[in-house]
Design a protein around this ligand. Structure first.
Ligand code: GTP
Ligand code: ZN
Length: 202
């Protein structure tokens, strides 16, 4: 796919100083960013870097919504990367609502308030359960010199999708956050029906 690396600049954060890389997809104009820390591409013989491919979630990340676990996952990924000193967060815009978009996700939330789970809600609206694509993520990693990664995720589909686009996932590291009353049903549905590997309730 056609994706351009436009710029790289410094991004100081409460967790440490990252480099933020701006990318733009040629066909759609969709923009994404990658946050990296340390020597991402590494030298021959280095172990593969730790990478999180993170789906945008405005409600969670901007407003602190407790309906999902996106913000704590993003924060813990930034802390973990600062701790290990080498790796990246590939932040996927266009992945909002598992790819259905922000306002459609809000409609799905309204369905969940009426009793549906996160899967049923998309289905009731006639929308795909998960429409996310990972080709852009793979391209951005390759553009930054990365072909093999250790992936921070609980989602086996994400591992398979990256592999399909040529990124070898040599290891998975869990992305565990503390469950709460507002996201318990959501996390149970992810675990029981969407194959997520984390057990938040053990
Ligand atoms: N359609 C829909 N999207 C949701 C809902 N809750 C969260 N999301 C979106 O789901 C995306 C995050 O996906 P998750 O399934 O939580 O996690 P994941 O990225 O697949 O897997 P991890 O790597 O383990 O975090 C974000 O883009 C959220 O906006 C929901 O109830 N309905
Ligand atoms: Zn979220």
């Amino acid at each position: 796919m056609n994706i351009e690396h436009i710029v790289s600049t410094r991004l100081p954060t409460p967790y440490g100083e990252f480099t933020i890389h701006g990318f733009r997809e040629g066909d759609s104009g969709q923009e994404h960013v990658v946050l990296s820390i340390g020597d991402l591409a590494g030298k021959p013989g280095d172990e593969p870097p730790l990478v999180r491919v993170h789906s945008e979630c405005m409600t969670g990340e901007v407003f602190g919504s407790l309906r999902c676990d996106c913000r704590p996952q993003l924060e813990s990924a930034m802390k973990r990367l600062a701790e290990v000193g080498r790796g990246a967060i590939v932040y996927m815009r266009g992945h909002e609502g598992r790819g259905i978009g922000l306002v459609q996700k809000l409609r799905a939330y309204a369905e969940q308030d009426a009793g549906a789970d996160t899967i049923q809600a998309n289905a009731v609206l006639g929308l795909p359960i998960d429409a996310r694509r990972y080709d852009a993520a793979a391209c951005m990693l390759r553009a930054l010199g990365v072909n093999r990664i250790r992936l921070l995720t609980n989602n086996p589909l994400k591992m398979a999708a990256l592999a399909e686009f040529g990124i070898e996932v040599v290891e998975r590291e869990a992305s565990l956050t503390a469950p709460g009353p507002e996201n318990e049903k959501y996390l149970r549905t992810k675990r029981d029906q969407m194959g997520h590997l984390a057990d938040w309730f053990d």
